[in-house]
Design a protein around this ligand. Structure first.
Ligand code: ZN
Ligand code: ZN
Length: 305
């Protein structure tokens, strides 16, 4: 496997709502979106505002001469349907381009399928375009624990199959873990495995003091763990405005999970919208000294496996 065929790029790292302010320009103010490119297969985690710029790039390349290299098949994996994870989908231009085939996979709530939720929450009454007006070819699937997602060259869309189904070496395999600690319907944590490398995307995941053992097992020995780090422990445990039960972790909780699961690299993600560049720089400096394989995600950061 060469150095460039499993690439991660952070497009939006902010939690809760986007921030537009020069004090936030270094780490970035766009909400959750992480791009992964695996030998030309494009996987996008979450559709926060960070997805908008990525969509613009994809459709621009599509119009240019060398569009051979452009992934026209896209898999979007949604952790859950809170606004900061879907608010960029309306403006993701590949949805309005007939050249694209897009699989959208995510959490199904008890009362509604993913498709019904998307029609209502993203393209329904809150936006002038309906889901049925989109010109891309779109398939939707539920992400559930006893099933896994397969992406390969045999199909233009992702498959969702029983977790015990055999896979081939060239398949991209994505395992699913549901965590109920995020209000109100929980959150999906994904683990992408490809040719011996794996990355775990665990946003909006509230851990426990001493780590979440189930989560640590799911992330065991991953090459990269992208973990919710919305709060400092001081803010999380504040006596006047505790954040316990909000569905987010602290930097210390992310570290604990990374250590118990023995991941090679930990990436902090999904920062509170009031944490400016100064604050995040201080956090990054203090943690990266104590834990060398730990970094803060920021918009534009690329990691190649
Ligand atoms: Zn969030
Ligand atoms: Zn959330």
């Amino acid at each position: 496997m060469d150095a460039n065929n499993f690439k991660i790029k952070f497009r939006g790292v902010r939690g809760s709502y986007p921030v537009v302010n020069p004090r936030f320009s270094e780490y970035g103010g766009n909400t959750s979106c992480v791009e992964m490119n695996l030998d030309g297969h494009l996987i996008i985690f979450d559709g926060g505002t960070g997805i908008i710029g990525l969509g613009r790039e994809l459709t621009r390349i599509s119009r240019s001469d060398n569009d051979e290299q452009m992934p026209r098949t896209i898999t979007i994996l949604l952790s859950h349907l809170h606004q900061d994870h879907i608010q960029g989908l309306n403006f993701f231009s590949p949805f309005n381009n007939p050249a694209f085939k897009i699989s959208v996979i995510g959490l199904t709530t008890p009362d509604c399928s993913l498709l019904e939720n998307l029609k209502e929450l993203v393209w329904g009454k809150s936006f002038p375009i309906n889901f049925s007006d989109l010109s891309a070819e779109i398939q939707t699937h539920s992400a559930v624990e006893n099933r896994k997602i397969i992406i390969n060259n045999n199909s233009e869309f992702a498959h969702v199959v029983p977790s015990e189904e055999e896979t081939k070496e060239e398949d991209i395999v994505i395992s699913v873990m549901k965590s109920n600690s995020h209000p109100q319907n929980g959150v999906i944590v994904y683990r992408v495995s490809y040719k011996g490398k794996s990355v775990v995307y665990a946003t909006d995941k509230e851990s426990y003091v001493g780590s979440d053992k189930r989560m640590a097992l799911f992330a065991r020995k991953a090459d990269v763990l992208i973990h919710d780090s919305q709060y400092t422990s001081e803010d999380y445990l504040s006596l006047t405005s505790s954040k316990q039960g909000f569905g987010h972790s602290t930097y210390d909780m992310a570290i604990e999970t990374a250590q118990v699961s023995q991941v090679k690299k930990l990436v902090f993600f999904h920062y509170a919208p009031n944490y400016d560049d100064n604050k995040l720089r201080q956090i990054e400096n203090s943690y990266s000294v104590k834990y060398p394989n730990t970094v803060c995600s920021k918009e534009g950061l690329e990691i190649c496996l």
